[in-house]
Design a protein around this ligand. Sequence first.
Ligand code: ADP
Ligand code: ZN
Length: 666
Amino acid sequence: MYATVILDKSIDTPLEYLVPEHLGDKITAGSRVIVPLKGKPVSGTVLIRHNEKIFDSPLPIAELSSESRFFSDDLFRLAEWMSKYYGASLRKTLLCMIPAIVRKKTKTDEELEIEEDEFFLQEKKSLSEEQQKAFDAIIKTLHDGIFAPHLLFGVTGSGKTEIYLQAIQEARNLGKDVILLVPEISLTPQTIERIKSRFSEKIAILHHRLHSKERFATWHKIKEGEIHIVVGARSAIFSPLKNLGLIIVDEEQEGSYKQMEDTPCYHARDIAIVRAKFANATVLLGSATPSIESFYNAQNHKYILHTLSCRPKGAMPPKIRIVDMQSEREKAQGFSLFSIPLLQGIEQRIKKGEQVLLFLNRRGYYSCQKCEHCDEVIRCKNCDITLTFHKKENELSCHLCGFTMSPPPTVCPSCHREAAFKYKGPGTEQVERSLHKIFPEIRTLRMDRDTTKKKESHDVIFKEFRAGKADVLIGTQMIAKGLHFPSVTLVGVISADNGLMVPDFRSHESCFQILTQVAGRSGRSSLEGEVIFQSSFPSHPVIQFAAKEAYKEFFDEELSSREALSFPPFAQFAKLVLSGKNEEKTKAETEKLHKECKQVLPSSCILYPPIPCGHAKINTRYRFQFLIKGPKGTTIASKIAPLLQSRKRPYGIHILFDVDPLNTFF
Ligand code: ADP
Ligand code: ZN
């Protein structure tokens, strides 16, 4: 008996080994083994067993790392699919499916009890007619034990989470295991609380801030079948559950489901669909603003569509209005952060003891300072972006690499003259300070990356706000999603246009999504909710559709423009990004790879010219990219992957191959 083994380290080509007698049939595809390589023991994964010897005298496998297999059949097939689809080697794909800590330690030498919180168990709610209809269809496929993808399209606050919880209960009653994916654990405390308070059984919460010990212990408990419900962000989709029956992807449109930094650049929502297929499981995607791809699939009957059109009784959809900031500026005779209607709205809420959310997708005080003499802006020395001023710390800082200048310079780095700087691009810190100048008594909380550096800080801020310890919560996209604050009756979007002008084919979609999400935080109880979008382009269709909560109209318009340009979902993009410290060499290498791609790509593909990335330099590394467009499927990956793998890797240059990139610009 022989086995083909793929090693964890360095070599992409699988190697052949002999299966020793005593390990007999314990070794199968997916087993983790220790094998000799150049006299040293190394770890790897068995790909296949076979009877025919290919090489002369293969060495024997030294030992089995663990009695049970790491990769169940469905996970193993998933790895093969991922490797093909994303054009990544099977070695890298398998590695990305096992947490690093589990790979390093192979025996459970440390037993760690996972901390359990105490919760009062909560009753399930009786479902509305719309909810019931969706629920029935979902549990039908769950009972049948067949692969079925569902898309739950429900306006914000319409009771999607309630359906998730009841479907999980149903799966557990059938003895099936469940994965619930959420965009980011620390930003979804209420979903986590709700799920914990519904089930008396143990639930694994896979947090990226888990200590490696906790991660290790949790992974093994899942593997040993002690835990049957897993909640986590993107990589939780690879949880080694044995009897997977249901996968739920909450906020399926979220960008955080996409791996963007490393190969394989997988999308956890798409992986969820494929894993469910291999496991004959039901998969439920939920969203108030489904991605164009998912809604298109529902329209083509690839997904079963369920719609929740209203909030449970008592809660009304909020009234949304657009305030034209051009005319506000004329009235104020200059720049103003807050329009008059927004200020009046805030004042009224404070008087009534209600709460306000203010959203601005930019942190810091000012994001740009220009020299009054030469008009140059101050840039990071490591990156191709401007430095942001943070008033509290009195420093300029780079939001890409963390470089800081403290205190900020008084002499222009460009023209070397003593300079008074002109400031532009207000951020959340400025919103907070300006608000205090206007309303000296106002109580505010701020939530952005600067105020949440500690592990518990998200939780602390959410709890304080919910307990009414502040009138206004100011924040970046951290406050835009999934939160439920019953006393919030006004949501103000400081600049609804942010992001609209990004040169990317998805910028309209992202902008519509964030506006809809943030608007959905208002009016979630019996109190009437209001939303104000401050915009300098009030008649822009995206702002208009978002203000009317007209998802379907937005979708139709967006889809037809995607079709006209043959953009996804009508075609597929892939992106190659090369980065290196030497600008010339990186550029030359990009052009060389571009030429090689031209030779291997079929005529059904379009190769775009090489260009510097939107962020042309990050952390002293220069970045170049080019796009490929082709038919959906594996055409591009099947041509490009062999090219990348056989190619001699140029020294110091990193290449990232991103299939279905979320952004094509940065
Ligand atoms: P979504 O996930 O779509 O944002 P949620 O499930 O969080 O919506 O529901 C919003 C609010 O409505 C929650 O407070 C929830 O407890 C409540 N709710 C959901 N379904 C029902 C129901 N059938 N009856 C009463 N209240 C409900
Ligand atoms: Zn930088």
